[in-house]
Structure formats: structure tokens, C-alpha cells
Ligand binder design. Structure first.
Ligand code: HDL
Ligand code: ZN
Length: 416
């Protein structure tokens, strides 16, 4: 082996050790502190009825959608297990993920014996399983998605609870920003003196609502997902509320605002949560937001593969923009590699490569295992390129860099 080949092999081993051992801060999930009760999903049946697998499973059966939804969760899981794991090899990323979770727990899926797998999961309590999953996944902190508009979640926050410090809150605002007329009625019902028009009183009351929930949650950032046709500036309710309430609130509290762009809700309503789609966004709106609000911090991820390069270039132009994750339909190995390699080459280490978006606790195990495998490959390549230019990163420098990518850069961005 040549000296260069030896050095690059040693470098790959170093990167592999560091990436596999560095704990991650997962900055966007749909997981919940166990204190929020049944909102936290976990276990084999939840893994199998994850909406990604519902979409894939419904492609393999002619069962009418309403009859699928009338099945019990166990019966839905049985159908998905049969169609996607027994009748066909589970080669999709979401199917592979279920197998990675079982494998990491030392369970033998080759038996294809769903009842015995269910038995194993039944031994756990939510609290013990949180620790088991976070330790297995090497995830040190989980950011939730918390909505005052969620009728199951709101009363638990209003009653108050002793939170698990491993879980951080993010204040989700989709109903407020994408369905103002109905949100306004709810705010009135909650004691906020808002009108449907955007008067100074309405904006002040919306800001009081944001203050109340930011404090109640100890929210670390605010967030919204928006459709491909989101425009800014504009006279839309969304843009008016951003300018009149949300961005001033975030600015005054030093909180980032997360924009998740490009989702087409209910492309196929019969699939429920599995029915959302993707569209290419006009990122001129994001450019205008960053330029018009230099005192605000923006976190952004985009759903369309076609938007990724423009987003990375925008991040080069605006240091108040921190891009993150391979969101949803881009969270597949081929695109994670493509997107992460491009971001490293355009942005260096000033972005956060991934979030899990997990909806089922066990999923953090596979989502981070699969991402770590890609990151080892891409980071090793980039460091190898440096050695060809006479630069040899030390182990301490690789550790520093991976900590930055695994949440350190995000936390510095939030704190600045
Ligand atoms: O809007 C979002 O935060 C998305 O992540 C949706 O929740 C989506 O259903 C999802 O779970 N994607 O992974
Ligand atoms: Zn999400």
C-alpha cells in the first residue's frame, strides 16, 4: 500500500470512529417527552404503520383506503409486514429502517415472526425505552415539534409537568400562519383579543400568544412548514403575520425561526398523514426574508431535491441563514450523500447535515445509523482531498468538526 493510501485508510478509520462515537443533537423530530403520555409513539407496530410505510404498503394492495383505515393498528401492521417484508424484499429506506432497528436490538427478523417481535417490545416502559433508544442511537438531545393547536398536547402543557431535560421544545405555528381565519377563532376562544383583520391590537395579541407559549414550552426556536408557492413579501396572511408578529417576537427573544419549505399538503387526502407531497419552492421568498430581516436568525430545510443547490448558495449569501437536514423525501442515502457533499463543498462546516424527523422513538436508531454511514463516507472523502493538498487534520480537529455538524454549530447559531 502506498504511503498516501495508508494515510487515507487511517484517516477513514479515524472519521469512522469519531462519527460513530460523537453524540448527536437531533434538531427536529415528532417525538415527545414521555411526560406527554401517549403522544410518544414507539414499538414494532408503530414502526410498521409509520406513514412512509403506509404509503408504500397501500401501493401493494387494492384494499380501499377507508377499509385500510378501518383496520386496527395491529391489523394495519400485519398487512404492511406481509406486503412489504414477506411478499417483497424490504429494499426501500423506510423498510430497511425497520430492519436496522430490529438488528440493533439483536432481534432476528429472518424468522419473520411478528408476534415474537411484539413480545420483545412489550417488556419495555416508555421511560426505559427512551434511554435504550437514545443510547443505542447515540442521540443526546431531542427537539420536539410542539403545537398549541394540537388538542391532545395543549392541555398537558397548560397543566404543567416535570420535563425530561433530554427533550427540547420547538413552537410549531402552521395553523396560525397557513389558516389564519380558523386560528384567529381559536385564539379568541383562548382569550386573545384578535380580529380577522390585521390591526395593531391583533398583532399585539398574537405576540402575547407567542410570548405565552414560548415561555410555557421554553421553546428554543419557532417553526412552520410552507407550500411551494409561499411568497414574501406579499399581502398574504402568512407574510403579514410574519412581519407583524412572528419575526418581531423571534427578534426580541433572540430565537431562530425555522422555515420548512416545499410541502404540498393532502396531495392524496385518502392517505391521511401519508398523503402529503413535494413541490419546488420559489426561494426568492427566503432570500427576501433574510435580506429584509438581518436581525433575525433563520433555520431552513427544503423538501425538493431541485431546491437544494439554490438553498446552499443562499446560505453563502446570508450568515443569518442556517440550513439543516435532508428532510422527509430527501432523507434517502443517495440524496443524503449528494446533498451533504454539495453543502460541505459550498459551506464548509457551517450547516447541520441532518435531523431525524422521527415520529416513532425507535426510528432515531435507524435514521442516525444510516446517516452516519453516509457521513463517514463523505467526510472521509473531503479530508482525503485535503491530504492531497498537503493538509492533515488531527484527531482533535476531526472531533471538533463532527461535534459542530452534530448540533454544535446549530447551538452556536441559536445562541448568537
Ligand atoms: O411538516 C413536517 O414537520 C414534516 O416532517 C411532516 O411531519 C411529515 O409528515 C414527516 O413526518 N416527515 O418526515
Ligand atoms: Zn417534521
Amino acid at each position: 500500500m502506498s504511503a498516501t493510501g495508508f494515510r487515507q485508510t487511517a484517516l477513514h478509520s479515524l472519521v469512522e470512529r469519531v462519527v460513530n462515537s460523537t453524540p448527536v443533537t437531533d434538531i427536529h423530530t415528532h417525538l415527545y417527552d414521555p411526560a406527554l403520555g401517549g403522544l410518544l409513539l414507539w414499538g414494532i407496530d408503530e414502526l410498521l404503520v409509520y406513514h412512509y410505510l403506509v404509503a408504500e404498503g397501500c401501493r401493494c394492495t387494492t384494499l380501499p383506503y377507508d377499509q385500510f383505515w378501518a383496520l386496527s393498528k395491529t391489523e394495519q401492521a400485519d398487512l404492511i409486514w406481509k406486503e412489504l417484508f414477506q411478499e417483497r424484499s424490504p429494499v426501500s429506506e423506510a423498510c430497511r429502517g425497520v430492519l436496522t432497528v430490529l438488528h440493533k436490538f439483536g432481534l432476528d427478523a429472518k424468522e419473520r415472526d411478528l408476534p415474537s417481535l411484539r413480545d420483545w417490545f412489550s417488556q419495555w416502559t416508555p421511560q426505559s425505552f427512551v434511554t435504550q433508544c437514545m443510547e443505542t442511537a447515540k442521540v443526546q438531545s431531542i427537539y420536539m415539534t410542539n403545537s398549541p393547536f394540537d388538542d391532545a398536547e395543549r392541555p398537558v402543557w397548560q397543566a404543567g409537568f416535570e420535563g425530561d431535560p433530554r427533550f427540547q421544545a420547538a413552537l410549531r405555528l402552521d395553523p396560525l400562519l397557513t389558516d389564519w381565519p380558523n386560528a384567529a377563532l381559536k385564539l379568541v376562544g383562548w382569550g386573545y383579543n384578535v380580529g380577522e383583520g390585521f390591526s395593531p391590537t391583533t398583532f399585539n395579541e398574537v405576540r402575547r400568544f407567542l410570548r405565552d407559549w414560548t415561555a410555557r414550552l421554553n421553546a428554543r426556536y419557532l417553526m412552520v412548514s410552507l407550500p411551494p408557492d409561499f411568497a414574501y413579501p406579499s399581502h398574504s396572511d402568512t407574510a403579514e403575520l410574519l412581519d407583524g408578529a412572528v419575526l418581531p417576537h423571534c427578534h426580541d427573544h433572540g430565537l431562530p425561526f425555522a422555515l420548512m419549505l416545499g410541502v404540498k399538503r393532502a396531495v392524496n387526502p385518502s392517505l391521511a398523514l401519508a398523503g402529503d407531497g413535494v413541490g419546488c419552492s420559489d426561494l426568492q421568498a427566503l432570500q427576501n426574508l433574510c435580506a429584509a430581516n438581518p436581525g433575525n436568525k433563520f433555520l431552513t430545510t427544503v423538501l425538493s431535491r431541485e431546491n437544494q443547490h439554490e438553498l446552499a448558495v443562499l446560505a453563502r449569501k446570508f450568515r443569518n441563514l442556517h440550513i439543516f437536514g435532508c428532510w422527509w423525501f430527501t432523507n434517502i442515502p443517495h440524496l443524503i450523500e449528494d446533498i451533504t457533499r454539495m453543502r460541505l463543498e459550498l459551506l464548509g462546516l457551517t450547516f447541520t447535515p441532518q435531523h431525524s424527523d422521527a415520529r416513532v422513538l425507535d426510528q432515531i436508531i435507524y435514521k442516525w445509523d444510516h446517516t452516519r454511514r453516509v457521513l463517514i463516507k463523505v467526510l472521509s472523502d473531503k479530508y482525503a482531498d485535503l491530504t492531497l493538498s498537503g493538509w492533515e487534520p488531527t484527531a482533535a480537529e476531526v472531533e471538533r468538526d463532527v461535534k459542530t455538524l452534530f448540533g454544535g454549530g446549530f447551538e452556536r447559531f441559536c445562541a448568537c
